[in-house]
Ligand binder design. Structure first.
Ligand SMILES: NC(=O)c1ccc[n+]([C@@H]2O[C@H](COP(=O)([O-])OP(=O)(O)OC[C@H]3O[C@@H](n4cnc5c(N)ncnc54)[C@H](O)[C@@H]3O)[C@@H](O)[C@H]2O)c1
Ligand SMILES: O=CCCC(=O)O
Length: 482
């Protein structure tokens, strides 16, 4: 993604309008423009969401279920077009983009099924004559902020449960990938979702101001954010003045551990899937690959052979396995991690350089051996296609190293020993663990982290909890009939 200088247009009423121009990260050609919205636009969106909430909160859960189901159907009917948009603005290969559309649509299907089952409790009271029940009510107007790496799925994973609960939303689409979100907005209207229930705000340069406005606006009762830990910290601070309900899906630095007793082929396949999904640009991608000493060389050789076989290019080309990174800043970060590691003694086995002939956002999928805890790649999320292989000796050593991080989103390990599987799964300080698999994302599974990877869970039967409040009703003075 490269940003052209913003367009500035003075309309017939003398009002200055700003537009964001976006380019395809592969070809660098212009895709189109969207409005660079400002404070007044955001206030308007909040007003629409607030007005719509009065009616939407009282719709029957079954009606909301039908709307979400219809939205799911429309996404699946239009999956090729949506995938084209995703590849265009994000760069991921068409097959991955199609996979994302299904993943994204599944959140609407899943939450259409959850909507009619948002139950409260009947509680045996501890006070004579009282009867206690709880009901779950929609929290209100929600602000949703999502990143560019899944232009559809990060949006639907938040809107699905919000609407299931009866909330209305103001969604700040990712500055780099707004078109997919806007297409989803069009499908929402076709699905019969009342105007004002789902509102998209587009912006890039104005993002920090809009973020602050959403955090501080008293009408907004809930903020759900997916993105980096640094921005999460800022949003939490900004939200303190209005004490919003928060959920944060933040950065990771996932350890992936391969024990000597692992099925080697499965471990290679799992590590490849986890590390190189979306060219390493997912928050659950393996970032530190720990391989036990007895199989280190064999694993490194098999793994490197597979990485060498990847085909990098434009996401629209047949047979391409990996597209460009999102922008040149991402390429610079990846390259700096490789250079830092080699300057401290690591060895590049595959890749280790950009691919300027393809375009400025392309980077060769890379494998580095001899990686140690002092290198930047051990301490920071690379968010790109670089696999750093660490060597370890004992289970205790590797669990200690894996937990030596201030974030804890995903973790993975490969072993055939069932007792070790329990031990290590219980010991790793992360929110999600893949055991003998490198792919853990599933609408049915709770998604979220611990430590500075944030709090709250998305997807699954728990996803709706983030968008409701529990109201307790105590009925007093009830005398039993004797
Ligand atoms: N835990 C998860 O589920 C998850 C999922 C995807 C990405 N991520 C994390 O996101 C990061 C990569 O995405 P990124 O670099 O775009 O992250 P980012 O935090 O810079 O941006 C994420 C989103 O926040 C917006 N944003 C940026 N600054 C803001 C501000 N001051 N106020 C309000 N909004 C602001 C951006 O426009 C974007 O839409 C990685 O750390 C990754 O791990 C986490
Ligand atoms: O990048 C973060 C989300 C990835 C996923 O849902 O699998």
């Amino acid at each position: 993604m490269f940003l052209h200088p913003h367009l500035k247009i003075i309309d017939e009423n003398g009002i200055t309008l700003f537009f964001l121009s976006l380019t395809d990260p592969a070809s660098m050609k212009l895709i189109g423009t969207v409005p660079e919205m400002d404070e007044a636009d955001v206030n308007e969106a909040i007003d629409h969401a607030s007005a719509a909430f009065k009616g939407f909160r009282n719709t029957l859960p079954r009606e909301r279920a039908r709307m979400l189901r219809k939205w799911y159907d429309l996404m699946m009917e239009n999956k090729e077009d949506l995938a084209t948009l995703i590849t265009w603005e994000n760069g991921k290969p068409t097959a991955d983009a199609l996979g994302e559309v299904s993943y994204a649509a599944n959140f609407f299907e899943w939450f259409s099924e959850e909507a009619p089952r948002i139950y409260g409790d009947t509680i045996p009271a501890n006070v004579a004559g009282n009867r206690v029940v709880t009901v779950k009510q929609p929290v209100g107007v929600c602000a949703l902020i999502t990143p560019w790496n899944f232009p559809a799925a990060m949006v639907t994973r938040k809107i699905g449960p919000a609407l299931a609960a009866g909330c209305t939303v103001v969604a700040k689409s990712p500055g780099e990938t707004p078109f997919t979100a806007l297409a989803l907005g069009e499908l929402a209207l076709r699905a019969g979702i009342p105007p004002g229930v789902v509102n998209f705000v587009t912006a890039l340069d104005n993002t920090p101001k809009i973020g602050q406005q959403l955090c501080e606006h008293p009408t907004i009762k809930k903020l759900s954010f997916t993105g980096s830990t640094n921005v999460g910290r800022l949003l939490m601070k900004q939200s303190s003045s209005t004490l919003k309900k928060l959920s944060f899906e933040l950065g990771g630095n996932a350890p992936l551990i391969i024990f000597d007793d692992a099925d080697l082929d499965n471990a290679v396949a799992g590590a490849l899937a986890s590390k190189f999904r979306s060219s390493g640009q997912t928050c659950v991608c393996a970032n530190r690959i720990y391989v036990q000493a007895g199989i280190y060389d064999k694993f490194a050789q098999l793994f490197a052979e597979k990485v060498k076989a990847f085909k990098v290019g434009s996401g629209y080309e047949e047979g391409i396995t990996h597209g460009p990174l999102i922008h040149s800043r991402a390429v610079s970060k990846v390259d700096s991690h490789v250079k830092d590691a080699t300057s401290k003694g690591a060895r590049v086995v595959v890749g280790g350089h950009g691919l300027p002939d393809l375009g400025e956002n392309f980077y060769q999928p890379t494998v580095i051996t001899g990686v140690t805890g002092e290198m930047a790649i051990a301490c920071e999320e690379t968010f790109g296609p670089v696999a750093g292989l660490f060597k370890f000796d004992t289970e205790e050593d590797v669990v200690r190293a894996a937990n030596n991080a201030d974030v804890g989103l995903a973790g993975y390990f490969f072993t055939k020993d069932a007792k070790r599987a329990w031990r290590v799964a219980e010991a790793l300080e992360v929110g999600m663990i893949g055991i003998n698999t490198g792919i853990i994302s599933d609408v049915a599974s709770p998604f979220g982290g611990v430590k500075q990877s944030g709090f709250g869970r998305e997807g699954s039967k728990y996803g709706v909890d983030e968008y409701v409040t529990i109201k307790t009703m105590t009925f007093g003075g009830i005398q039993p009939i004797v």
